[in-house]
Design a protein around this ligand. Structure first.
Ligand code: BGC
Length: 792
């Protein structure tokens, strides 16, 4: 694993799984028309399960031109973009639809005579990667664990301010693909949880934050990039085909992207793998159909890096910009327009779609030039960190999940003697040969590797480049010094020497993951033995897990000497301070698990591993449909170790008085239309009626414990019909902080989308007739109140 991670991070970006440019050159656009267009049309999948449209990618042509009709701001942006594009030659239009070598991870072509600059694209979702004087924010999964919309927005805004400060036009995030179907998925940690509603809340808030700072957000990867294994074309054959039925595609995987689109996302990145047998960046159903027609997308679709697999086919299927180089386009695209394989309108639409978000975000007026540097350049760095460290510390603490705490072990009460164990507690000395001021991330600059050093981010393009890292050891030292206590440590041994007088022993373990490979395991033996060895003599063993996703804990969680356990996620540069504030009770934990921790790996069943195959056309059949993570556990009555939405507080809460009511009622038999009104125009984000609040649920939450604290109240819905998940998250709210005895009313707004299913026959969102069960509680399994909503 360590070898793989190291190998990945040492590869120059362009070679990370990319196609050989020479090979691309020989495949001209015309060749591609005949060879690859079959891939964009209707195809039957082998062994297709009995699910509607499973494995099918119906052709959707022509590509719908962007209209700018979503709202006045888009209309103005489109007017300006159209005006510019009308003045451009075919060559100039082609030039801005392709990447060029430059200082950024991606650079578009420029048209100086019209004042159109090269747009600068940069990774990634949790901070600007590979630059100096930038912040390392918590990863997406950590932000999701806060269940806090306000923090999600402030995260996006701070990220956006940093991209803006560095003159980066386009931020390559946020992530909702992978969603997290496969427990061992290598990139699940980049995204905002495997629940589409929670991820959607994050996608919307982060997109709004980034774009409020004037930067174009790029929700990615559209769509179904659920595993790293064979995510790309290789010498073995085609990339894996993620085969999914139409309902699941909409209700699970497209769902969180809808929120980002609703908030005005200016770009969307299509993914590497095939979806229903057609490469995602040339899949007309996904791009022309779902994204640009159903969801009214006004912006541009950019390919994942070297993810373009055809020329004419991708152009006609709805791809607007190829990165990081011309790929199959460039001169070939100009030729295809001249010979009619791609229409002039389509090329014009690509250029308009690229320039419209640039105007929508007012980047055409005054935008700082890119301040992106390499090791060979001398410069005065632009410092964009501002006071983001405080926000990072706050989110770091808010996303830390306390899952075990017996005998009030935590919070600490001025302990005098702490022992600190495990590789995850501190930073490792930086090995000179790997140091790199730019280009590298945490792995290179902090000498971090799989089992050495505090895990604050994970690997690949989603990783961050911290200015510094406050390790747990550093933060604990600060606290112990204040309390005039003592500290002993051993970061290396698997079986450390006992200190029998310690008040508590903290054991720090990690679970790493990275882009480009899936996780070999959800646990590791060294770490499990380390915990058991310490627990064998230390009666107050506290385990802290920094993990890039699920980490199973069956080896030691029930040990009587393991008195407390925290899932500390991937908290970013202030890791130690965030953790210490929870351990010492300055922050009463509100973090909740954004995934299900099973009692054993095998409980995930077919959702544990990616689909591995050496077949030239590998297939991953998503036969579980809507039933991933807690929906799978609920459906099959599997008891988890710690369920989705679970997390402890230092206080307790009582729930009461649930009422559920419709916001619109009539005296007729049909009180809410089954389908959105067909005569209303689709805008970006989908039919406007999907976002209308159709019902309210209200209850009270009371702090019944002895200390101040906030609760994360969660609302789950059972949709009638017997073919939906037992329960689905459809609301959450941070309530408080409340002082002991204090009560507060919580109001959950339920939109039409929250209560609808995707009707595969009508091809629209349908509000089912019948009785909806509404559950409110503290997790997906700790349900305290039940109500009903009848839709007639
Ligand atoms: C990743 C993208 C990333 C791009 C640019 C690709 O390998 O899949 O998420 O934005 O590289 O670095």
């Amino acid at each position: 694993m360590e070898f793989l991670k190291g190998a990945y991070s040492m590869l120059p970006h362009k070679f990370r799984g990319g196609r050989d440019p020479a090979e691309q050159a020989v495949l001209s656009t015309k060749t591609v028309v005949s060879v690859l267009c079959a891939a964009c049309s209707l195809q039957e999948g082998a062994g297709v399960p009995d699910l509607p449209n499973h494995g099918l990618s119906p052709p959707v042509y022509p590509s719908p031109p962007g209209s700018g009709s979503t709202n006045g701001r888009w209309t103005t942006a489109y007017d300006r973009a159209r005006d510019l594009v009308s003045q451009m030659t075919v060559e100039e239009r082609v030039n801005i639809t392709q990447g060029w070598p430059g200082i950024c991870v991606g650079n578009t072509g420029e048209v100086p005579r019209l004042g159109i600059p090269a747009l600068c694209f940069a990774d990634g979702p949790s901070g600007i990667r590979g630059q100096e004087f930038v912040s390392a924010f918590p990863a997406g999964i950590h932000v999701a664990a806060t269940f806090d919309r306000d923090l999600m927005y402030r995260y996006g805004r701070a990220l956006g301010d940093e991209f803006h400060g560095k003159g980066i036009n386009v931020a390559l995030g946020p992530v909702a693909g992978p969603l997290g179907r496969v427990a061992k998925g290598g990139r699940n940690w980049e995204g905002l949880s495997n629940d589409p509603y929670l991820a959607g809340a994050g996608m919307g808030a982060v997109t709004r934050g980034i774009q409020d700072a004037g930067v174009i957000a790029t929700p990615k990867h559209w769509l179904l990039n659920e595993q790293e294994f064979r995510r790309r074309w290789t010498e073995l054959g085609d990339a894996v085909s993620a085969n999914v039925d139409d309902r699941t595609l909409h209700e699970l995987y497209a769902f969180p992207f809808m929120d980002a689109l609703r908030e005005g996302a200016g770009a969307v990145m299509c993914s590497y793998q095939r979806t229903n047998h057609s490469y995602a960046c040339q899949n007309s159903k996904l791009l022309n159909g779902v994204l640009k027609t159903e969801l009214g997308f006004e912006g541009f679709v950019v390919s994942d890096w070297d993810g373009q697999m055809s020329g004419v086919a991708s152009a006609n299927a709805g791809l607007d910009l190829v990165m990081p180089r011309a790929g199959f386009w460039g001169d070939n695209l100009a030729e295809a327009v001249r010979n009619g394989s791609v229409s002039e309108e389509r090329l014009g639409d690509m250029a308009i779609r690229i320039l419209a978000p640039w105007h929508y975000l007012h980047q055409h007026t005054a935008y700082p030039p890119p301040a992106i540097y390499t090791n060979t350049q001398k410069h005065f760095p632009v410092d964009v960190q501002a006071d983001h460290a405080r926000l990072i510390e706050e989110i770091g603490a808010a996303g830390t999940v306390l899952v075990k705490n017996v005998n009030n072990t935590l919070p600490f009460k001025k302990p005098k003697f702490l022992c600190v164990y495990g590789y995850g507690a501190a930073l490792k000395a930086s090995p000179w040969q790997n140091r790199d001021r730019y280009g590298g991330g945490y792995e290179d600059n902090f000498g971090w590797n799989t089992f050495n050093g505090t895990l604050i981010t994970a690997g690949g393009s989603g990783g961050s480049s911290p200015p510094y890292v406050v390790s747990p050891f550093q933060a604990l030292q600060e606290r112990v010094a204040q309390d005039r206590g003592i500290l002993r440590w051993d970061f290396y041994s698997e079986d450390p020497t006992p200190y029998v007088n310690a008040d508590a022993c903290l054991v720090f373990i990690n679970a790493y993951a990275s882009e480009s490979f899936d996780r070999p395991s959800l646990k590791d033996d060294f770490s499990d033995r380390l915990v058991l060895n310490v627990a064998s003599w230390c009666a107050n063993t506290i385990v802290v897990v920094h993990s890039a996703g699920i980490r199973t804990v069956d080896a030691w969680i029930a040990h009587p000497n393991v008195t407390a356990t925290l899932f500390a996620g991937l908290p970013g540069q202030e890791a130690g301070h965030s953790l210490a504030s929870v351990l010492y009770g300055d922050v009463n934990p509100t973090g909740r698990l954004p995934y299900t921790v099973a009692r054993s790996e095998s409980d995930y069943g077919d959702l544990l591993n990616p689909t591995t195959s050496s077949d030239p056309f590998p297939e991953a059949n998503f036969t579980e449909g809507l039933f991933i993570d807690y929906r799978y556990f609920d459906k099959h009555s599997i008891t988890p170790q710690f369920e989705f939405g679970f997390g402890l507080s230092y206080t307790s809460f009582a729930y009461a008085d649930l009422s559920v009511s419709k916001t619109t009622t009539t005296t007729t038999t049909t009180d809410l239309a089954e389908f959105p009104d067909k005569n209303v125009r689709i805008v970006q984000g989908g039919h406007p009626a999907l976002w209308e609040v159709v019902a309210l649920a209200k209850c009270t939450v009371t702090n019944t414990g002895a200390v101040d604290g906030a609760e994360i109240a969660q609302l789950y819905v059972s949709i009638p019909g017997g073919d939906s998940p037992v329960r689905q998250l459809r609301g959450f709210a941070k309530v408080g902080p409340l002082v002991p005895g204090q009560e507060r009313e919580v109001v959950f707004e339920l939109t039409r989308r929250d209560l609808s299913v995707w009707d595969v026959v009508v091809q629209d969102w349908r509000l089912r007739r019948g009785v909806y069960e509404i559950w409110v509680g503290a997790s997906s399994r700790d349900l305290r109140l039940k109500g009903e909503l009848e839709v007639r």
